[in-house]
Design a protein around this ligand. Structure first.
Ligand SMILES: [Zn+2]
Length: 216
């Protein structure tokens, strides 16, 4: 399936919220029903590891299996309904100028860095640590058990005809973005990936932008 590239006509002056997330940092934020979140790859080829939760009941959260099965495709692009472990729609992708977002690679961790790249990489900063710090800081009892297989916006993990997958050079470029509309009140959890050992960040992690519009 070809990606469904779709530009947005929203303008930054109308946004109610905007900030940058530094490379290697996290962000956790409530997005109310109907509001629009844009994630912008400011410098290009930056993986944005993301999990969504039902804001009222956080045991309901993003589920890769339901999201892929219901749309019959492993990639996320315009029109994708991002589904929960209860198969409800958390958000809908309403614009996408990149065309490739990963559902399979999940988050980097100290353990995966060690297994893939060597013992000396054990202590490098990793997305699962960022997720955990955000969850603990959120203060509602969430912890490492709430980390599930996440979306990697702007990350390129192609699946071969034989069914294999690899971390490949990104297809994203500076200022590519994806926009999502919340279909219920959700909590957005982002780890802006610090990975230096594979091409997901072009070996140079960079900041990303998050922007919210309050339209109903
Ligand atoms: Zn990472």
């Amino acid at each position: 399936m070809k990606p469904k590239l779709q530009k947005s006509n929203r303008v930054l002056q109308d946004a109610s919220y905007a900030r940058e997330i530094a490379a290697g940092s996290g962000w956790m934020h409530v997005l109310r029903t109907g509001r629009i979140l844009r994630i912008t790859d400011l410098h290009g080829n930056q993986a944005v590891d993301t999990i969504f939760f039902n804001a009222d009941r956080t045991c309901e959260r993003y589920n890769a299996n339901h999201t892929m099965r219901e749309q019959g495709n492993v990639y996320i692009s315009t029109g994708t309904r991002i589904r929960s472990n209860e198969n409800n729609v958390l958000l809908t992708v309403v614009a996408d100028t990149c065309g490739r977002h990963d559902t399979l690679g999940s988050a980097c961790s100290c353990e995966s860095n060690t297994a893939r790249y060597g013992l000396d990489k054990r202590y490098m900063h990793a997305c699962r640590d960022i997720f955990l710090q955000c969850l603990l800081d959120w203060g509602e009892g969430m912890d490492k058990r709430d980390q599930v297989c996440n979306i990697n916006f702007f990350m390129n993990v192609p699946v071969s005809p034989e069914g294999g997958s690899t971390f490949a050079d990104g297809l994203s470029q500076p200022l590519k973005y994806v926009e999502l509309r919340a279909e219920m009140d959700v909590i957005v959890l982002v780890a802006n990936c610090p990975q230096l050992n594979n091409p997901c960040n072009a070996y140079h992690p960079t900041p990303v932008g998050v922007t919210i519009w309050d339209e109903k």
